[in-house]
Design a binder for this molecule. Structure first.
Ligand code: NIG
Ligand code: FE
Length: 411
């Protein structure tokens, strides 16, 4: 299908001009075209211009009525395939219990693990589909999804198969990450190292052979996977051609960021507790820092030092971390607001972090994350005349028309 979007008040392209990722002051350069038109042919962006760029005869036309168009958001960190929910923990936190205390007393990741093990593939698919529809309606067109609530070979593979079915069927572009190292399952509570061996000797080779995930992730944290276990998993994954990511410095700074940087993890995510050493390690690496401000809001934790990371020239992405325990909000528009109000990022930086840099954190910035000739036509029209309205007027969905792979969605 071919499509022309005319009369765009602000066409925010986030043009990368050949760069993989934007750093430092580049993050403020959104390359906005005013009074613009956009041509899309066969799912690809083929023309960007002023009002003189007219749709050829017979082409479908959308009148943007002077409003804002952005690239679809790239949510590069989610755990959206899970069963059950954890309102009980939410209420306990309101009474003063911490995330760690709740996990230690039988809640946390293991409670979602049990619900997910008990769920059928069909149930997981259906809830996953509903969550993806909601994200798409809110302007997210590419999503990374982690496994990690199965924690046994069978249950982890069940989740990865659901992700792969969603990837086949859903409009959203989906990328899978294997997070078998999310927590220790009860079967291995007394023998944690054997679970790491199970991941390395059995699960990872299976995931790599069946191409069930492009990335591997590890929750490298006190009480979860230590540095040695994390390194063992990273090395095995790399040997098998699976690219590492890490949950790093969420609850404590124990060297996870430094480890990720040393092994060229494509991204290290969370960073709420990252210190000078972590920043120094990232400065000398090609690893992207992915911050997850929704998690800080929901758990009432401190925010990642996004300002210091950007000012140090470290590439930075923003994602939701959507999951039932620490972050139950799938709106990237809301993440923009938190990035600006809580982490002192400018609206321009926040948008770059949620689009092009998110794409780079998935190794996909050559095809998505910006509006440029030759890229996938994932573009969203908002009911706003100034792009800054989106983070400013928060808590509502400003997205009105979603064009995914060049198709105007009606759902
Ligand atoms: O990214 N930190 C580890 N994993 C998730 C939380 C998982 C859960 O509580 O269910 C996170 O915050
Ligand atoms: Fe996470």
């Amino acid at each position: 299908m071919n499509l022309c979007i005319e009369n765009i008040g602000q066409l925010v392209t986030v043009a990368a001009q050949g760069k993989r990722v934007k750093i430092g002051t580049e993050m403020r350069e959104l390359h906005i075209h005013t009074n613009a038109s956009l041509l899309i042919e066969n799912g690809i962006i083929t023309g960007i211009g002023g009002m003189e760029l007219k749709a050829p005869d017979g082409m479908d036309v959308i009148d943007a009525e002077g409003k804002v168009v952005l690239p679809g958001f790239v949510d590069s960190h989610t755990h959206l395939v899970f069963a059950g929910s954890r309102e009980n923990e939410f209420a306990l936190r309101a009474e003063g219990k911490s995330y760690q205390q709740i996990a230690e007393t039988g809640g946390g990741i293991l409670s979602t693990m049990q619900a997910t093990r008990d769920a059928t593939k069909r149930d997981l698919y259906k809830s996953g589909e509903r969550r993806l529809n909601e994200m798409l309606r809110n302007g997210t067109t590419t999503v990374e999804i982690k496994s990690g609530y199965g924690l046994s070979p069978e249950a982890e593979m069940k989740i990865l198969e659901v992700i792969s079915d969603l990837k086949r069927d859903h409009f959203v572009t989906i990328v899978a990450t294997f997070l078998g190292a999310h927590a220790f399952p009860p079967e291995y509570a007394e023998n944690k190292q054997s679970y790491v061996e199970r991941i390395c000797d059995y699960m990872l080779p299976y995931v790599a052979e069946k191409k069930l995930a492009m990335f591997v992730d590890v929750f490298c944290e006190k009480g979860y996977f230590d540095l040695k276990m994390t390194e063992q998993i990273i090395l095995e994954a790399k040997r098998l051609g699976v690219i590492p990511k890490l949950h790093a410095d969420q609850l404590s700074a124990m060297g996870a960021t430094e480890l990720g940087a040393k092994h060229h993890a494509i991204s290290v995510d969370h960073l709420e507790q990252t210190n000078e050493q972590g920043i120094a390690a990232l400065k000398n690496s090609d690893t992207i820092a992915t911050v997850l401000p929704g998690c800080s809001l929901f758990l009432n934790h401190s925010y990642a030092p996004a300002r210091a990371l950007i000012d140090a020239g470290i590439p930075l992405a923003v994602a939701t971390d959507f999951n039932p325990g620490s972050q139950m909000c799938s709106s990237m528009q809301m993440m923009l607001t938190l990035a600006c109000t809580q982490m002192r990022m400018t609206p321009e930086e926040a948008i770059t972090a949620a689009t092009l840099n998110g794409a780079a954190a998935l190794g996909m910035s050559g095809s998505v994350g910006s509006i440029e000739i030759g890229k996938q036509a994932d573009v969203v029209l908002y009911d706003a005349v100034d792009f800054r309205t989106i983070p400013y007027h928060y808590g509502i969905n400003h997205a009105r028309k979603i064009v995914k792979n060049g198709v105007l969605l009606d759902f």
